[in-house]
Design a protein around this ligand. Structure first.
Ligand SMILES: O=P(O)(O)OC[C@H]1O[C@H](OP(=O)(O)OP(=O)(O)O)[C@H](O)[C@@H]1O
Ligand SMILES: Nc1nc2[nH]cnc2c(=O)[nH]1
Length: 186
C-alpha cells in the first residue's frame, strides 16, 4: 500500500491505484486542452471538498491559462447515502458571464449535486459549461441527463474513499481510491 499506512487496516480493496490516477489525469488534461482555443477565458471551478486533490493535479496537466475558483456544496453529510438536499455552503467568487466554465467534480453518483450546480450557474450566462469528473457511477444516476464531458473512470456501485473523497471527513488524504471494510460503516 506504500504511503498512508495509518489506514492500512481500514481498507478492504484498492479500486484505482496512485499510478492509474496519475496516468488518467494526464490524459484528461490533454483532452481538455484540445477541446478549447488557446485564448479562451476559462474558469476552473472546484466543487469542494472532494475535488480538491483532483483539481490540483488536473490543473497542472492543462496547457491553457485558467482561473481557479471554488464552490462548497454538500448533500451527503456524514452518510454514504445522498440526502437529496443539495446545500450551497460557499458560492464561487468569479463573474462567469461570457466566460468558459469548467466544473471539476470528484464523483457523479445520483447526479443531484451536479444538476443543482449546473442549473444555478446556467442562469449566470457563461459562454459554455463543461464538466470533468474523476469518477462516474452511472448505475446510480437519478438525474439521467447529468453526464460529464470528460470522465476519468467508470466505477461500480460501491462507496469509495481516498484521493479527496471522504467517509465522515476521513480518508481524503489517501493517495488511491479504495473501499472501506464493512465494519467501519456501523
Ligand atoms: O451525484 P451525487 O449523488 O450528488 O454525489 C456526488 C457528490 O457527493 C460528494 O459530495 P459531498 O456532498 O459528500 O461533499 P464533499 O465533496 O465535501 O465530501 C461528491 O464530492 C459530489 O459532489
Ligand atoms: N466519499 C464518497 N462520496 C460520494 N458521494 C457520492 N458517491 C460517493 C462515494 O462513493 N464516496
Amino acid at each position: 500500500m506504500g504511503k498512508n499506512t495509518v489506514f492500512s487496516d481500514d481498507i478492504k480493496e484498492i479500486v484505482i491505484d496512485e499510478q492509474e490516477l496519475k496516468d488518467r489525469i494526464s490524459e484528461l488534461g490533454k483532452e481538455i486542452t484540445d477541446s478549447y482555443e488557446k485564448d479562451d477565458d476559462i474558469v476552473m471551478l472546484c466543487i469542494l471538498r472532494g475535488a480538491i486533490l483532483f483539481m490540483a493535479d488536473l490543473a497542472r496537466e492543462i496547457d491553457l491559462p485558467v482561473v481557479f475558483d471554488f464552490m462548497d456544496v454538500s448533500s451527503y453529510g456524514a452518510s454514504t447515502e445522498s440526502s437529496g438536499v443539495v446545500r450551497i455552503i460557499k458560492d464561487m467568487e468569479e463573474n462567469i458571464e461570457g466566460r468558459h466554465l469548467l466544473i471539476v467534480e470528484d464523483i457523479i453518483d445520483t447526479g443531484r449535486t451536479l444538476k443543482h450546480v449546473v442549473d444555478m450557474l446556467e442562469t449566470r450566462d457563461p459562454k459554455s459549461i463543461k464538466v470533468v469528473t474523476l469518477l462516474d457511477k452511472p448505475d446510480r444516476r437519478v438525474q439521467k441527463e447529468m453526464d460529464a464531458d470528460f470522465n476519468g473512470f467508470e466505477i461500480p456501485d460501491k462507496f469509495v474513499v481516498g484521493y479527496g473523497l471522504d467517509f465522515a471527513e476521513k480518508y481524503r488524504n489517501l493517495s488511491f481510491i479504495g473501499v472501506l471494510k464493512e465494519k467501519l460503516y456501523i
